[in-house]
Design a protein around this ligand. Sequence first.
Ligand SMILES: Cc1cc2nc3c(=O)[nH]c(=O)nc-3n(C[C@H](O)[C@H](O)[C@H](O)COP(=O)(O)OP(=O)(O)OC[C@H]3O[C@@H](n4cnc5c(N)ncnc54)[C@H](O)[C@@H]3O)c2cc1C
Length: 403
Amino acid sequence: MVQQQVVIVGGGMVGLSLSLMLAKANIQVKLLEAIQYPDEQQAADLPYHSSFDARNTALSRRSVEIYQKLGLWDALQQHATPILQVHITEQGGFGKARLVAEQEKVESFGQVIENAWLGRVLLSQVRAQPLIELIDAAKVIAIEQNEQQVRLGYSRAGQQYQLETSLLIAADGRDSYCRQALGVSVDVHDYDQVAIVTSVETSKPHQQVGFERFSALGPLALLPLPGDYRRSVVWPVKKGTEHEWLGEENDQHFLDALQQTYADRAGKFVRTGKRFCFPLSQVLAERQAIGRVVLMGNAAHTIHPVAGQGFNLCMRDAYVLVRFITEQISRGQDMGDPEMLKAYEQARLSDQRRVIKFCDAVVRGFSTKNPALKLIRNTGLLAFDLIPGIKPLIANYAMGLKS
Ligand SMILES: Cc1cc2nc3c(=O)[nH]c(=O)nc-3n(C[C@H](O)[C@H](O)[C@H](O)COP(=O)(O)OP(=O)(O)OC[C@H]3O[C@@H](n4cnc5c(N)ncnc54)[C@H](O)[C@@H]3O)c2cc1C
């Protein structure tokens, strides 16, 4: 029997994934998204089309498991690459940490997937799912709630519409309109950085090795991509210096900087794609359950991408929320019950706090020039390589299995 209808605002990677999780649990979804998605034909004509950007996402093993349960992994893995090793080093430092999947007795530490492909697969699955009604080009502009329901107003093609629901999930991103309209305050930390993001080609094959190198300019992640020589770059640099790296005229300058940072570890940096930049801040909502509304994804917590944890954390949140909703329905109770949503929020806090603290500590720990801290950092990295038992712990944690 088809159950009641949930309304989700925001059809980004989190809103789309969550819709599919709900539909799998036989729950009807209405999904409102502000931008207009390309139609099926346009999407098929583009190399991989979606609303999504040029980034790549390192999916933890837990996220891969969730997509496997949804029956999506076969399609997703056509453009995903497993990470079999991770090397962490600091430029000018002597510490080094190396994680090897085989030694940790796991298939891989996760999979790197291009957002454009992830978006395209999610969107086409959502369109094919009869329990999901996708309304794109629909911008939510009003929201109010009472004890029984949430009322939403949205604009579409110059018209205004209203709808009511007993449960609203706001997955409308870092600058969430819903969060603001409900008066939820946020704790913001601006890292004064932007992430330069692109794909590069190197002369050495990547052999499924990911690198995280802490350089003078910031922590630089190099992850393997489909195709033996392609790698994804995420490089947080000081805000205001991004113009030095963007634009075709800076291609060579960018390649030289990578070469200098990585020396010969990846071979020669042969070619770079177009660079994009993303401002980096940590934005944490002070509450995630507000009456019959729950904040999800970046609307609830936006974190620094240094350890590739943000989306994976959102996937675990979404998975647990669906479990709470399903249990509520199976007890014959109101699926938007504010007490149930508060219980969900409580259940997720410890995992969220650990990940947020971890990512923030990595960024702050490696952005200091203090020599004493540098020594601690380096010995910390060495300890990571030498102390038995510590590696599996960190590896499990990064793979999202300890939640
Ligand atoms: C450089 C970088 C690299 C990253 N790499 C990783 C990684 O490797 N691994 C990882 O786990 N995470 C990573 N992340 C984090 C990850 O990208 C985010 O966690 C994820 O994109 C959050 O998705 P979202 O759907 O919550 O938000 P968004 O992608 O911002 O989606 C929000 C959606 O809501 C819509 N919307 C907004 N307002 C309205 C409105 N009023 N009405 C209707 N719709 C609305 C928007 O159009 C948008 O489609 C990275 C982040 C960055 C910046």
